[in-house]
Structures are given as structure tokens and as C-alpha cells.
Write a protein that binds this ligand. Structure first.
Ligand SMILES: C=C1C[C@]23C[C@H]1CC[C@H]2[C@]1(C)CCC[C@@](C)(C(=O)O)[C@H]1[C@@H]3C(=O)O
Ligand SMILES: O=C(O)CCC(=O)C(=O)O
Ligand SMILES: [Fe+2]
Length: 353
């Protein structure tokens, strides 16, 4: 048990073991990648330099930042302003969309509906994003209006636009990732064109004892790619070379990290980034995470070009299977993909016998 436990007013559900709380002493030296001017007239990536930088980061730790990414800075600011206003609303309003056990959508305070220890010091608002072919109906506006009422239409419209911009950028990154791995340029871009993704707004309140709690515990994102915008407070850290390193907030940049599903799609070549978020005593923090995911029923298979030099590292699975694992069987952490692999192999084995 933590020795400081008796001297803190922090509820014990929020206290993490001492060894998980060692703070970063240095900044991550991730590449800051300029996406300005890398496209040809038909919107295709026309430089080898960017894929080379991306490759180095993804072989090493799985995180890089991009600038001149094409997402309107006003849109990002509006998204942050709406999120700030949302989390300042009375609890009763936020609870209109209370996240239910077994669902990913809605408002959650500390994931207390799911877990009872190592609770994260955060509130979250999560919703689904996909583009309905043939329909003008926006899933995002629908979510806000049906959860909170017509007054939330504007927030829904801002986030609809934000998610569309994230999807567009996600597809560009997929092209860059394909080039960097030496596979056919359009392979991953095609694979993800019908993505159904998860948008999550994270709000980290100030914490009376930030040395005992975590905003988000160490984990790899189970999805394929995460595009994150953090405010200027700081708190995001990456585990690399057996040390925690902080990721410097840059207002004009988006943080991109590789998730477990992309690790599987690259046959284990690219690292899913181990990261966490700290909290602090002085100032609350907001981050906007767009979890870029494959369509739920698509089989995750690496391209043939990555299979010539060695065996398959992971079994066939779908995003539906891995998502279900993280929501119903296992709390996502740094070993999700490894444990999912063991679990799915043993459940297939059990089905056969
Ligand atoms: C599929 C998902 C599970 C989580 C939300 C999305 C993508 C990231 C995952 C998460 C953020 C990883 C850390 C643990 C987690 C429980 C959290 O702190 O929010 C994870 C999400 C979740 O299961 O809700
Ligand atoms: O808030 C952050 O900086 C990171 C959040 C995160 O890792 C997540 O939501 O998956
Ligand atoms: Fe994450």
C-alpha cells in the first residue's frame, strides 16, 4: 500500500502504485513533420523525405507530431472552446448522456461505471464518427441533439467538421505509412477509406495530489492511429528506452501515434506507442483524441509485401473482436495486443475441442 495514502484526501480508488508514477525527466525528441507542400495535384504524397522521418519514429517508439496538416486552426480552437464549456456544465446536464456499462458512447466521470480501482483522474465525452454514404444525416449532430437537446446543434456541427478533417488527415497519414513501409502506396489508404472512428474529448481536472494519480494510465491505443490535439498545459508522456519522456505541447501541431491495430497491419514492424497522461495541481487540461479505426468487420491482415521475410506475427482478427476484448474482457494497457492474441488463440482452440 502507498505510504502517502493516510496523508491524502485523494480517494483510494484513484491512487496508483508508486512504481507507476515515476515522472519523466526529459522531453521526447520526436520528429516534427511538416506536411505543407508534400502533395501533388491529385492529392497524392510526392516526397520520400516525410515517409523516412515517419519510419524512424514508428520503428523507435510510434509517435510523431505534424504541422501544416491542413486542419483549420480556428476549427481546433472552436472544438476546444466547446469542450471546455461542456465540461463546466452542471453534472446533471452531462449525465444526460451518461456512458452505460458495455457502451463506448457518452459522458463518463473517471470510468467509474466500469472500474473500481486505478481510476483515471479525468472526465470523458466519446462519440462515434462515420460518413453515411447516401445520407445527409450527421451521426455527430444526431448524437449531440439526441443526448443534450437542440441547443447542442452547434457543438455537433463543429465536431462533425472536426471529425471529417481528422478522417481526411488520417487517410493522408495512411498513405505516408504505406510509402514508409515500402508497400503499395494506396494499400492502407484503401483499407481505411470506410473507417468508423471514435472521437473522445478528455478533460483532466486539477488534482489535489497529482503525485499519486494519473489522468490516463499507461497504455497502447488499441485502434490503428490516434490524432491528438492537446492544449498548452502538458501531461502527455511516452515510454521509450525504458523511460518516460514528455511530449511538448505545440499549439499548431497534431500528435500522431500508432495503435495496436496498425502494429498488426504492419506485421509487428511499427511500434504501438506506450503512453499516459499526468495531471497537475494548478491547471485543468483538455485533449481531443480521434481514434482512427478500421471498419468493424474488416480482417486485419498485413499486405503480402510484409510477409515475404517472416511469419505472421498476429492471427486474423477484426476491429470488432479487439474492441470487444477491450470493452468486455480486458482493460486496455500496454500489453493489450499480446494478451488479445493469446486470448483469441485460446478461445479458437477451445471452440475446436
Ligand atoms: C477502443 C478504445 C478503448 C479506449 C478508448 C478507445 C481507444 C483508447 C482506449 C483507452 C483510452 C486506453 C487507456 C485505457 C482506457 C480505458 C481509458 O483510460 O480511457 C481506454 C479506452 C476505453 O476502454 O474506454
Ligand atoms: O490526454 C492525453 O494526452 C492522452 C490521452 C490518451 O492517451 C487517450 O485518450 O487514449
Ligand atoms: Fe491513448
Amino acid at each position: 500500500m502507498h505510504t502517502a495514502q493516510q496523508q491524502t484526501s485523494l480517494p483510494k480508488e484513484f491512487i496508483y502504485p508508486k512504481e507507476e508514477l515515476i515522472q519523466a525527466q526529459e522531453e521526447l525528441n520526436e520528429p516534427l513533420i511538416d506536411l505543407g507542400g508534400i502533395f501533388t495535384d491529385n492529392n497524392s504524397v510526392a516526397t520520400q523525405h516525410v515517409p523516412m522521418l515517419v519510419k524512424a519514429a514508428c520503428l523507435n517508439h510510434g509517435l510523431f507530431q505534424v504541422i501544416n496538416h491542413g486542419v483549420d486552426s480556428q476549427l481546433i480552437n472552436m472544438a476546444h472552446a466547446h469542450v471546455n464549456d461542456f465540461f463546466k456544465l452542471p453534472l446533471g446536464v452531462k449525465l444526460k448522456a451518461q456512458k452505460q456499462y458495455g457502451s463506448l458512447w457518452g459522458y463518463s466521470s473517471a470510468h467509474a461505471e466500469r472500474f473500481s480501482s486505478r481510476l483515471p483522474w479525468k472526465e470523458t465525452l466519446s462519440f462515434n464518427f462515420h460518413e453515411n454514404s447516401g445520407s445527409n444525416q450527421s451521426v455527430v449532430v444526431d448524437f449531440f441533439e439526441s443526448a443534450f437537446g437542440k441547443e447542442f446543434e452547434q457543438m455537433g456541427l463543429v465536431f462533425e467538421k472536426y471529425c471529417k478533417a481528422m478522417k481526411k488527415l488520417g487517410l493522408v497519414i495512411m498513405e505516408i505509412l504505406g510509402m514508409s513501409l515500402g508497400v503499395e502506396k494506396s494499400y492502407y489508404k484503401e483499407f481505411f477509406k470506410d473507417t468508423s472512428s471514435i472521437m473522445r474529448c478528455n478533460f483532466y481536472p486539477t488534482c489535489q495530489d497529482p503525485d499519486l494519480a494519473l489522468g490516463t494510465a499507461p497504455h497502447c491505443d488499441p485502434n490503428s492511429l490516434t490524432i491528438l490535439h492537446q492544449d498548452q498545459v502538458g501531461g502527455l508522456e511516452v515510454f521509450v528506452d525504458s523511460k518516460w519522456k514528455s511530449v511538448r505541447p505545440r499549439p499548431d501541431a497534431l500528435v500522431i501515434n500508432i495503435g495496436d491495430t496498425f502494429t498488426a497491419l504492419s506485421n509487428g514492424i511499427y511500434k504501438s506507442c506506450v503512453h499516459r497522461a499526468l495531471v497537475n495541481r494548478q491547471v485543468e487540461r483538455i485533449s481531443l483524441a480521434f481514434f482512427f479505426c478500421p471498419k468493424e468487420d474488416k480482417i486485419i491482415v498485413p499486405p503480402q509485401a510484409l510477409l515475404v521475410s517472416g511469419p505472421r506475427m498476429y492471427p486474423d482478427f477484426t476491429w470488432f473482436d479487439l474492441l470487444n476484448f477491450t470493452q468486455n474482457h480486458y482493460r486496455a494497457d500496454r500489453a493489450t495486443l499480446q494478451n488479445f492474441t493469446l486470448w483469441s488463440l485460446s478461445s479458437k482452440f477451445n471452440k475446436q475441442t
